[in-house]
Design a protein. Structure first.
Length: 149
């Protein structure tokens, strides 16, 4: 009986956390859609690539594949899509003296978009922060119980 109650409690905590995640997605989705003004760019993968490049500079496609957790082919298609929109450019090798391969860099337009995406989050930082704390509040007790079980 106690095990069933714990399972129900864990499930409820997870559902509450997922509901808060949904609220964050909905809230930011509207702002991100306005910032990108392009429905093909408002998903998590383009945002991840643009912000990764803004934070870390040029990257090889394999690094972008790692951060997006995508496939090689999917990452290539994503880079192609961003390149067609003028947000990234491919350049010959030159990463830390290695002249092989290609690196992906942000264009001026890509840098501007990454800034607008960050501004969209900053504009809603208090609401997103409150939701994130709510998620942690619900999941931390579950994690502690699991660690001691």
């Amino acid at each position: 009986m106690e095990r069933t109650q714990r399972g129900t409690s864990k499930r409820r905590a997870a559902q509450e956390a997922l509901a808060l995640i949904g609220e964050i997605q909905a809230r930011l989705g509207t702002r991100i859609a306005a910032a990108t003004a392009d429905p093909g760019l408002d998903g998590p993968l383009p945002i991840t690539v643009l912000c990764h490049l803004a934070l870390h500079g040029s990257a090889r496609p394999v690094e972008l594949q790692r951060v997006t957790q995508g496939t090689s082919g999917g990452t290539t298609k994503l880079i192609d899509r961003l390149e067609r929109r003028g947000l990234v450019a491919r350049a010959p090798g030159a990463v830390d003296g290695d002249r092989r391969g290609v690196v992906i860099t942000l264009t001026v337009a890509g840098t501007a978009l990454a800034g607008r995406l960050a501004d969209a989050l900053v504009d809603d930082a208090s609401a997103v922060g409150a939701a994130a704390r709510g998620i942690a509040d619900r999941l931390e007790p579950v994690a502690r119980r699991e660690a001691t079980a």
